[in-house]
Design a protein. Structure first.
Length: 141
């Protein structure tokens, strides 16, 4: 704290000495320059104080775990990868099962809609589980 006051005192003495050397013609510029330096120091101190208080308030909440993404759904589940691997033979079965034309295309759409539905349901289940496991942040949560 003393070093800041000493530095401020030196700046003020330098401004006063400059005013003595240059005279009254430059007084307003000297005062403006000193006040600008003082203002920037106050801003820096205020920013540090606000940052410290915000950190103190957020300290009880812990890290932002809800922002981290888990790989492949539930705790590292390989469901998307497995569903894509299984989709290849299911596609072959659906298109080569003796049906042709529109019915073969419809069976292909049904297979891939089922795969997409299973993956979508898994993602929704993960999000629901995350919301339930997240501790409340305050009295209004």
């Amino acid at each position: 704290m003393d070093s800041r006051q000493d530095e401020l005192r030196r700046d003020l003495e330098a401004a006063l000495q400059t005013r003595k050397e240059l005279g009254k013609e430059y007084e307003s510029e000297i005062v403006d320059s000193f006040l600008a330096r003082l203002d920037s120091r106050l801003d820096a101190r205020l920013d540090a104080r606000v940052e410290r208080r915000v950190a103190e308030r957020l300290d009880g909440y812990g890290p932002a775990e809800h922002l981290r993404r888990r790989p492949f759904g539930r705790s590292g589940s390989k469901l998307p990868l497995v569903s894509l691997v299984m989709g290849i033979p299911l596609t072959a079965i659906a298109t080569n099962s003796g049906t042709s034309g529109f019915s073969g295309f419809m069976s292909l759409v049904v297979v891939w809609a089922g795969i997409a539905g299973v993956n979508f349901a898994a993602v929704l289940g993960d999000r629901r589980d995350e919301r339930r496991s997240k501790p409340p942040r305050g009295e209004w949560d």
